[in-house]
Design a protein. Structure first.
Length: 216
């Protein structure tokens, strides 16, 4: 637990709402011609954020007024830092969490990475610059849950997850491997759990693998 901040455990219902909002936003984002395998990470993330906001305004997501999808912002891993030490991709605020805790910091953080099973560099970055930002408490130090979106630019989601797991095994982190999560009917999500230094509560990360259309 991070001293000076309320501990936030969103629970299964809100975690599912966040994942469904990502899924709905991605369906909208992929309809845009500017989203392709050649689009950079920031460009795809901007489209996903816009799509998530649009999805929240539809009847398909009845909790739309309960979530706020915010712009990317600078963040601090712990209270008292004079300078931000992180930059979040998509912060999410949950109205019920704000009302119960009064916390003005994001209540969920979504980290986004391009990924492909055939690209060793992207696999390393997914772990070292994605998963490990939660594991080391650089992101969401007071959060029980973290969220990641993998933009699968080639191959399959299963192939990308398999290579991530291979990399974790290679680094002697077998217990941190991704495994299928049963929260969504689409079978597009995975779950992993990671110990945090100096904390007795591990962080769970929900991974949503999203296929990006090939470049034209």
């Amino acid at each position: 637990m991070s001293i000076g901040r309320p501990f936030i455990d969103l629970g299964r219902e809100i975690a599912t709402a966040v994942l469904l909002t990502i899924e709905g936003g991605w369906a909208i984002a992929t309809g845009q011609s500017r989203v392709s395998a050649s689009t950079n990470e920031v460009g795809i993330t901007e489209c996903l954020r816009e799509g998530m906001r649009e999805a929240l305004s539809t009847p398909d997501l009845p909790w739309g007024r309960g979530l706020i999808v915010a712009p990317g912002s600078e963040s601090t891993s712990r209270p008292g830092l004079l300078r931000p030490d992180g930059l979040t991709d998509i912060p999410v605020y949950v109205i019920s969490v704000f009302l119960s805790t009064g916390s003005h910091d994001p209540h969920a953080i979504i980290e986004c990475k391009r990924i492909a099973g055939s690209d060793a560099r992207l696999i390393r970055e997914y772990v070292n610059e994605g998963i490990d930002r939660f594991r080391t408490a650089k992101y969401g130090a007071n959060h029980r849950l973290g969220f990641m979106v993998g933009y699968v630019i080639s191959g399959t989601a299963d192939g990308a997850v398999g290579r991530v797991n291979d990399y974790l095994v290679k680094k002697k982190r077998s217990k941190e491997q991704l495994h299928p999560a049963a929260l969504l009917a689409s079978d597009s999500t995975w779950l992993s759990e990671h110990p945090r230094h100096g904390q007795n509560v591990a962080v769970e990360i929900h991974h949503s693998m999203s296929i990006v259309a090939p470049s034209i």
